[in-house]
Write a protein that binds this ligand. Structure first.
Ligand code: IMP
Ligand code: MG
Length: 178
């Protein structure tokens, strides 16, 4: 099988949206320290870009969660592979995700973080794929782009661990070898 990448959102398009979200976040968190939590590995590119546009105190922590194998279909099984390093009790937390697909990961994570009694908890996702939502208990506070039901890669998102370093977001297309 051959893999071909079709550009869905350009580097410039992403940069403009990151600026806009940073403005919104600064407006909502005036005078507060923001604890940004990134879900590894997909959210890392977005989180560091966003963090650098936020002109106030930001702390970062990272979690790793698995719900996907090396396939494009959710297993529905979610487990915490790496938990937070620092307690978030009393903190203003901004959870940064790469993409919300079925919503299972987010529902699980939200419950896990909420149980630690943060002062506030908001969700920021770069991409939202509402067509495949199973769990609609939780909705994101900040959304970069709403996208159609296609498998996307780049700017942190992978297919079998590859393509995370693309500067844009693309749709992965498969075709038979010639
Ligand atoms: P959910 O639990 O189905 O919402 O899964 C969300 C997670 O699945 C994301 O954090 C991604 O790691 C992965 N995922 C879902 N859709 C895509 C995609 O189109 N490209 C790459 N990863 C995806
Ligand atoms: Mg993810």
């Amino acid at each position: 099988m051959k893999e071909k990448v079709k550009v869905l959102i350009s580097e410039q398009g992403i940069a403009k949206r990151v600026d806009e979200i940073a403005e919104q976040v600064m407006n909502d968190y005036k005078g507060k320290n923001i604890t940004m939590i990134c879900v590894l590995k997909g959210g890392v590119v977005f989180m560091v870009d966003l963090a650098r546009k936020i002109k106030q105190t930001v702390e970062m922590d990272f979690m790793d969660i698995s719900s996907y194998g090396d396939s494009t279909v959710s297993s529905g099984i979610i487990k915490i592979d790496k938990d937070l390093e620092n307690p978030i009790t009393g903190k203003d937390v901004l959870l940064v995700e790469d993409i919300i697909d079925t919503g299972q990961t987010l529902t699980h994570l939200h419950r896990h973080l909420k149980a630690q009694n943060p002062a506030s908890l908001r969700i920021c996702t770069l991409l939202d794929k509402p067509a495949r939502r199973i769990s609609d208990q939780i909705s994101p506070d900040y959304v970069g782009f709403v996208i159609p039901d296609e498998f996307v890669i780049g700017y942190g998102l992978d297919y079998a661990q590859r393509y995370r370093n693309l500067t844009y977001i693309g749709v992965l297309e498969f075709s038979e070898d010639d």
